[in-house]
Design a protein around this ligand. Structure first.
Ligand code: CDP
Ligand code: MG
Length: 740
């Protein structure tokens, strides 16, 4: 470890960057030879919205310490002290000074745009201000692009209100909710709000809808914004004096919140709605770039973390990584090396943070860092703006993110693919800003300054790059269409065509583009249209119970068979007993059935042991169990019998799967490869698939992965590469698939 850490980084030393050692261990930072330049870059983002150091920064820290030290006393006194402390913290947030102005603006306008630095208090405070002002008619909804944000913010705001989560303040995300009749403030994902609109097109239950993180411009956020514009026209139409008759409707108030400087565009979209600026606190952040580009950003992040750990004063580190797999692999490496630190060294506490992390684990991220410890948070871009983590002094930015892409040309349509892509300048600046929340900080970028300069300014709205199938189906259910809706940015014609084609192939719409009864039933399930079609097909094929289990596993955020490369052979052998000759989906079903059987008779411990022995991921099974319960609930509400099973027969299940995956079918070619039926690509079976060995005449699959490895390229793969060149990836790639 010593060698790796001390020898690897010649940070702040441009000379070492050129040395041979640094070539091998390339995460070397250029502290600009020219002091001004570095300072200039730090100023570039501190000058953005607000550049105010605060006299209360120190005070806030002390308060947290007091909170942690408050160990004695009875539980009630403790709770009261906690509430008091939270109230003090609330009062000190930058947004607190603007409280009255915000309440007034919302009362006076249909739409208010609020722009504010991350951490200034927008998300947690504005709903409370409106609630506490006593003027709130009906429910208040506040949308988040991500589940974790919705659930953790609802928990925080409940605490601040001194009430249990799910009473006054609750949340609703796909497959999970905590609400009651008492709930007035509801944190929910933007997708959930869209879903609610199918049953309540005018959102009559809500008096206020806040669209948070609007700058992210996810497809769902854009849909919500467009829908709100329509609803405002209807609900607030009779507001002008003299039109008394129509005033019977309760008016809707909309607040759009953003963390970047794009307020003007939102304001224009909503007929020049007023913009309120919240001054935040942003201390200067010194930004370092690597001297050379990094091939392995996980390894570079590991080295950089330990460089900080050894060379820099106490302060937590936030590392931005693209996804869960990278987070898990880095977590393991950091822990391994942490064990080798000298006994008197500062301890290391690693906390992962990604969208599908279980709630209990999330809270560790926000808990005060124990004494003589450095917290290291490994996060996806969720920590960029939606979640503020206190105590962060150092940011390590890999410069990568996962981005939804709809690869029509490659996949022949259907699902979105998550691709690891370079971030944008705007993201890079937000990430760096996370280091300067409570005092001056440092940001280490694992890419060169040239790479930064080459980044796009901000990302393209998702409506321009993701699949519109599910959105189109939802719109159709409320009598709308992609073409007629007033988007902030219009989707591409090709993407609209592709969504129409998919819905038509699934029988959700007819040749006249009218929604069919089948399509309407599909929309009642919180599933991708393809999966919803599979579920409904299973009713005819009399295998609903089996298909729901499979779809639940496919919808779970963790893989059922994690790739434990360390024990790959053992794992493969242990899992072999579940193998179904027809393929992966039925193999998954076998695992789920075995687990269900065990659950009926055995306790928690036995289940855990069983999962460990068989190398299956219990988290995936538990999550799938919850999803299955939800899906069964929807079946009951729509009077479908979910208990019908086809037993050991695989025909009905395969038939149902094919119904939804017909765009994801491929036929065997004479040379042993598979050619897509409705797409241009030649594909291969993924090595991790259970369907290996004898080739079958036709296959269906629900996932298409791109593997990058120079060694794996064949002439055919090159041909595939040519037709997928519009995606920026390493030079060589090939397509594989997991299928049934
Ligand atoms: O939305 P915005 O980025 O403006 O700020 P916010 O999410 O309302 O957060 C305001 C403050 O509450 C920040 O200083 C957070 O550190 C704190 N907070 C927290 O301590 N724990 C949470 N779970 C959420 C917020
Ligand atoms: Mg926020």
């Amino acid at each position: 470890l010593g060698g790796m850490v001390h020898g690897a980084f010649a940070h702040k030393s441009p000379d070492a960057a050129a040395g041979p050692a640094s070539k091998k261990r390339a995460a070397v930072y250029m502290d600009s030879e020219d002091e001004d330049e570095d300072g200039g870059r730090a100023a570039a983002f501190t000058n953005g919205i607000a550049n105010h150091s605060t006299p209360s920064g120190g005070k806030r820290k002390k308060m947290r310490k007091n909170g942690a030290a408050n160990g004695g006393g009875n539980a009630q006194a403790q709770a009261a002290a906690k509430t008091r402390l939270l109230q003090e913290q609330r009062a000190q947030l930058p947004i607190a000074q603007g409280r009255d102005a915000i309440v007034r603006a919302v009362a006076a306008n249909d739409v208010t745009i609020v722009l504010g630095e991350t951490g200034s208090g927008k998300t947690t405070q504005i709903p409370q201000y409106l609630l506490e002002a006593g003027t709130l008619a009906g429910l208040l909804a506040i949308t988040q692009p991500r589940r974790v944000a919705a659930t953790s913010l609802a928990a925080r705001v409940s605490q601040e209100q001194g009430r249990p989560l799910g009473t006054l303040v609750g949340y609703a995300v796909r497959f999970d909710e905590k609400l009651s009749d008492e709930t007035r403030v509801k944190y929910l994902t933007d997708g959930m709000l869209m879903r609610e609109m199918m049953g309540d097109p005018m959102l009559e239950r809500y008096g206020v809808v806040i669209v948070d993180e609007a700058h992210e411009r996810t497809l769902r956020t854009d849909l919500v914004l467009a829908s709100l514009k329509r609803i405002l026209k209807e609900r607030n139409a009779g507001q002008a004096p003299g039109k008394g008759k129509e005033r019977a409707r309760n008016p809707l108030k909309v607040v759009v919140m953003s963390a970047t400087l794009d307020a003007e565009k939102f304001s224009r979209f909503f007929d020049d709605a007023p913009v309120l600026y919240v001054k935040g606190r942003q201390h200067p952040v010194s930004v370092y770039h690597t001297a050379t580009s990094q091939t392995d950003y996980v390894d570079a992040a590991l080295r950089t973390f330990y460089q900080i750990h050894v060379d820099y004063p106490v302060g937590d580190v936030l590392i931005f990584l693209p996804g869960q797999e990278d987070i898990e692999s880095l977590e393991l490496s950091i822990r391994t090396y942490a064990k080798q630190l000298p006994a008197n060294a500062l301890g290391v506490l690693v906390c992962p943070l990604y969208a599908s992390l279980p709630n209990a684990k999330q809270s560790r991220v926000f808990a005060p860092t124990p004494a003589h410890t450095r917290k290291c948070i490994l996060a996806t871009n969720i920590a960029e703006t939606s979640i503020t983590i206190p105590g962060v002094k150092y940011v390590i930015d890999t410069g990568k993110q996962k981005e939804k892409r709809h690869l029509t040309r490659m996949t022949g349509s259907g699902f979105d693919t998550l691709l690891t892509t370079d971030i944008t300048k705007s993201s890079a600046m937000q990430r760096a800003g996370r280091a300067g929340r409570e005092g001056p900080g440092n940001c280490f970028r694992l890419y060169t300054e040239d790479a930064f300069d080459a980044m796009a300014l901000s990302s393209e709205p998702e409506v321009r790059r993701s699949s519109l199938t599910s959105a189109l189906l939802q719109l159709k259910c409320t009598g709308q269409d992609l073409e007629s809706i007033d988007f902030m940015d219009n989707p591409e014609v090709e993407a609209v065509g592709s969504a129409l084609r998919t819905l038509w192939l699934l029988d959700a719409i007819d040749v006249k583009r009218q929604l069919t009864a089948f399509g309407r039933s599909m929309a009642s399930f919180p599933l991708e249209p393809q999966y919803a079609a599979i579920l409904l097909a299973s009713v005819d094929n009399k295998c609903v119970a089996d298909v729901i289990s499979i779809l639940s596993l496919l919808s779970s955020s963790s893989p059922l068979f994690p790739d434990s490369s360390a024990q790959r052979d053992d794992a493969a052998e242990a899992r072999l007993k579940f193998r179904h000759p027809s393929g992966d989906h039925l193999t998954m079903l076998n695992v789920f059935r075995a687990y269900d059987e065990l659950s009926a008779s055995e306790g928690k411990g036995a289940r855990r042991d069983w999962c460990r022995q068989n190398y299956v991921n219990e988290r995936a099974l538990r999550e799938a169990g919850d999803i299955r319960t939800q899906l069964r609930g929807v079946c009951e509400r729509t009077q479908l019998d979910w208990a019908v099973s086809c037993g050991d027969a695989d025909g009905p299940v395969l038939k149902s799967l094919t119904r939804g995956l017909l765009q994801h079918a491929a036929f065997l070619q004479p040379d042993g490869s598979y050619k897509q039926t409705l797409g241009p690509s030649v594909i291969k079976i993924h090595p991790s698939s259970f369907l290996t060995g004898k080739p079958c005449p036709a296959i269906i699959y629900n996932e298409l992965v791109r593997l990058s490895s120079a060694a794996a390229v064949t002439s055919r793969a090159e041909c595939i590469h040519r037709c997928t060149q519009h995606i920026s990836t390493p030079a060589a790639s090939r397509l594989c698939l997991r299928h049934s």
